[in-house]
Ligand binder design. Structure first.
Ligand code: HEL
Length: 418
């Protein structure tokens, strides 16, 4: 299983309640013994490699994962970082993490709550007067995707390649993005239901900038990146290049059989505080371990992040944080990301002592996205949930669904299946 190169999957020992307006079903979930971390089964590295190879067969040029477990790092990578040069994907490669950015943005706001500069149940309009058309929309609604604000990316990316090419060089102000959302009716009353919308985390970015007087870039840097020494984590918006060593990202066109589009260079301005951070698997594991380990916010604010709303099959959403309930009964906490060319999974155990970050360098390929969910099973459930080689199911199957339409993922409208 282990070999000398990261591409072959080197295994290396490394040094390393309802008072707040939340409905009853959102009460914090009790941890099980298995979630305590120390009782987790050993990671299944053979199964992990099989998942990555399957993603590759299903259309990802490359796929990789890193598990950090009580100071030991396990790295597995398959395939290519760059189809042009045929350079192998490597764990040192940076990539666009998409909506995993939302966890960073939420952490900054919860730190501001710790500093008494922000109240989660205050209306957004208290801090950004006149921004939203309804004074009942609170900061908590925004961070839990219950604002009812329409997701402007539904229109923007209705056609994947054309939509992307139209914005890849554009620079938007936050207000322009919010205005795009407000041109459409709101989807629900404030607080009514969970409905994922990037608009929420654009508003969150505006709150960060208003309350601190600094750019989100400065706040990510000072509050998270520097304290945790995340050397490969950068926010370069509106620059289009990923600095240093990076994996290229390949967008899958909507038309079956059309050539992949290299989507690496873009402003990611449509995403900004909702999805424009660049990082590595190592840094994401460090970040989530620190968050779940209680080293980024007070225990009280972390508990707020972990007040769950159901958000689909075997998953729930807190404040900028997803919970996924795995087949072995273990729940893990983090986020997923889908930005053109890159699918990311970044999750940690209840105590933060085991973390998994995984990348497939393609997007708009729902089969790959669903397959990559298997990295969580391998990392946290061990061998018991390994899908046998050659069996039916997501792990060996060809692309059976139209591209861009994952089966069981929690995806914004117009992005994937209902
Ligand atoms: S979608 C998600 C994921 N989130 C949301 C956000 C992010 N990413 C986006 O909103 C990007 C949408 C366009 C992506 C593009 C592609 O696949 O490259 N798709 C299309 O253009 C489809 N027509 C809920 C999956 C998350 O996990 O939170 O990241």
């Amino acid at each position: 299983m282990a070999s000398a190169t990261a591409r072959r999957g080197t295994v290396v020992g490394a040094v390393l309640l309802s008072l707040l307006g939340v409905p009853a079903q959102a009460a914090p979930r009790q941890s099980t013994a298995a979630e305590a971390g120390s009782t987790l089964p050993a990671p299944d590295l053979v199964g992990l490699r099989a998942v990555l190879r399957t993603a590759q067969r299903q259309g990802a040029p490359g796929a990789m994962a890193r598990i950090d477990d009580h100071g030991t790092a396990y790295r597995v990578a398959e395939g290519l970082a760059d189809r042009g040069t045929r350079r192998a994907l490597d764990e040192a490669d940076r990539f666009r993490i998409g909506s995993v950015t939302k966890v960073f943005t939420a952490v900054v706001l919860l730190q501001l709550a710790d500093e008494k500069k922000l109240r989660l149940d205050a209306p957004v309009n208290r801090y950004l007067p006149g921004l939203l058309p309804d004074d009942r929309i609170t900061v908590r609604h925004v961070l839990s995707h219950r604002s009812g604000l329409y997701d402007y990316t539904h229109d923007m990316f209705a056609q994947s390649v054309q939509g992307f090419e139209a914005v890849r060089g554009k620079v938007f102000t936050y207000r322009e993005l919010v205005d795009r959302s407000l041109r459409r009716p709101r989807t629900d009353a404030p607080g009514a239901v969970y409905a994922y919308s990037n608009t929420n985390f654009v508003v969150a970015g505006m709150l960060v900038e208003k309350l601190t007087g600094h750019s989100v870039r400065t706040e990510y840097q000072n509050r998270i990146i520097e304290p945790l020494n995340l050397r490969d984590t950068v926010y370069v918006h509106p620059a289009t290049k990923i600095p240093g060593r990076y994996a290229h990202g390949y967008l899958t066109p909507d038309q079956a059989g059309a050539a992949l589009v290299d989507a690496t260079d873009q402003t990611a301005s449509w995403a900004q505080s909702a999805g424009a951070i660049i990082s590595t698997t190592r840094d994401l594991n460090t970040f989530l371990s620190a968050l779940l380990g209680g080293r980024l916010t007070s225990a009280a604010q972390l508990a707020q992040m972990r007040r769950w709303m159901p958000s689909g099959t075997a998953q729930a959403y807190g404040l900028g944080l997803r919970r996924r309930d795995l087949s072995c009964g273990v729940s893990v906490y983090g986020h997923t990301g889908a930005v053109q060319g890159y699918y990311t999974y970044a999750f940690a155990s209840n105590d933060g002592r085991r973390s998994l970050s995984a990348l497939a360098n393609t997007s708009n390929n729902g089969t790959v996205l669903t397959t990559m969910l298997g990295t969580l099973e391998s990392a946290f459930c061990g061998e018991r949930t390994r899908v046998p080689s050659g069996s039916a199911g997501p792990v060996e199957g060809p692309t059976e669904r139209p591209v861009g339409r994952p089966a069981a993922e929690d995806i914004a409208h117009g992005i994937a299946a209902d």
